[in-house]
Design a protein around this ligand. Sequence first.
Ligand code: ADP
Ligand code: GLC
Length: 488
Amino acid sequence: MNVLFVSSEVTPFAKTGGLADVSGVLPKYLQKEGCEVKVVMPRYYGIDRDKLEKLPMAIGINMGVLGEFWIALYRGYLPNSKVEIYFIEYEKYYGRSGLYNEKGVAYIDNAQRFVLLSKASFEVAKALDFKPDIIHANDWHAATIPILLQTSYKNDSFFRDTKSVLTIHNLQFQGVFDKGVMDILGIDWKYYNPFELEAMGAVNLLKGGIAFCDALTTVSPTYAKEIQTKEFGFGLEEHIKAHSYKLTGILNGVDYDEWNPAKDKFIAKNYDLKNLEDKKECKRDLLESFGLEVNLDKPLIGYVGRFAEQKGIYLISQVIERVMDLDISFVMLGSGERWAEEFFGGLSRKYPKKFASYIGYNNEMAHKIEAGSDMFLMPSLFEPCGLNQIYSLRYATLPIVRAVGGLDDTIENYDKERDRGDGFKFWDATALALYHTVKWAVETYRYDKKGFKNMQKRAIKKRFSWEKSAKEYIGVYKGTMKRMVRDD
Ligand code: ADP
Ligand code: GLC
């Protein structure tokens, strides 16, 4: 089976969040399971051309009213694999330091930038003479692909047997633009209607992708149900409900080569189930490197993530002072909303020995926090899958999570009576519920040491393998291929 996998970010080339982690690993597992996979992404400024192979071709892309654009193509490989990754070079659009925005301001030509990515994917497949059975498009950036496959490319014999799969990693971002984008897409205005591309007087690329794709997936079974409700649907719940017959939730896996305390090169001391006590050395190192008081008996809570409303940072900001009164240490790594950067950045001045924050992006530190913390806080308002809580499990760092989306699917709540569970969950999106759950976790750490240790042992043994998820994706691919012809 030939799979063309299109994503706007792929680890280790460009990353703002979990989409990159998934796009850097899933294709390798699809290939291991027997697919022939090629990945397509933009060549952003930060991606070093010298490490790539320039292909001797220029490809013309029809950008509708904007005319024809000429792109160049570079080839590389996903690390430790034979999976080819193709980089679309169009300097005017992608030769910038940000992926989607700069200094908090979204690029004003994002519609054009990602319509180009989608259109180029078709033409790259042709130029390489790679006939995809499946084009796997990720998030709104590539959601134009299913639309074009059913419109502009409908009668193109090269794609006669091609089906599209669209994966929603985050429904909050939909690619909503001025309706003039219809003329850049270059498709008939009849598709600009409330059942296909139109929403609230604008073009909604994700909505269109959902309407036209052959199969729709999202990154956890619970999120697949949630996005059909008003609370989590971001206005598309009715549209998704109408297309739910083709919707599947497939949990992300984890790259255990990258996230594994037994061989992690960033942490002070490697450990695993059999020498779990060595985790303490990572805690010492973490406290020291942040300049906090080194008291290994004091519970240490970690946070790594984007400072975005999604991640429950308002809830954290509302309770953090009461939480600090529980006499704990807290380490935070993240960046994003300015108010949060100011607020959490400033807190370390108030609690110089107990609270530390690093405002920015730092992979090494993310590893140190996963390894050195006793507990990991992730109180998301919504969470399609979430990766950090799964990494935490592998590091025997017990997650404190809100029971939504993938957080609910991956974490089992602590049950002291039956000695079960690997994390601490709460349901209400309130500061009070968050506070009491943190308190419960802290008290478990302090007064129920055996229970806490048993949870850690269960956590470190738990696995979320990409192999299993890749097989499920292949099941979805096969399902679309059974459907004989496309509808008119
Ligand atoms: P999302 O994709 O919504 O941001 P995920 O939990 O799926 O959430 O993935 C987040 C990924 O980004 C993880 O690999 C996490 O370690 C990483 N990450 C987020 N913020 C930072 C940061 N400030 N520094 C380093 N890594 C980060
Ligand atoms: C998104 C979601 C996150 C998910 C990631 C990868 O960024 O916010 O929950 O883990 O995509 O699928």
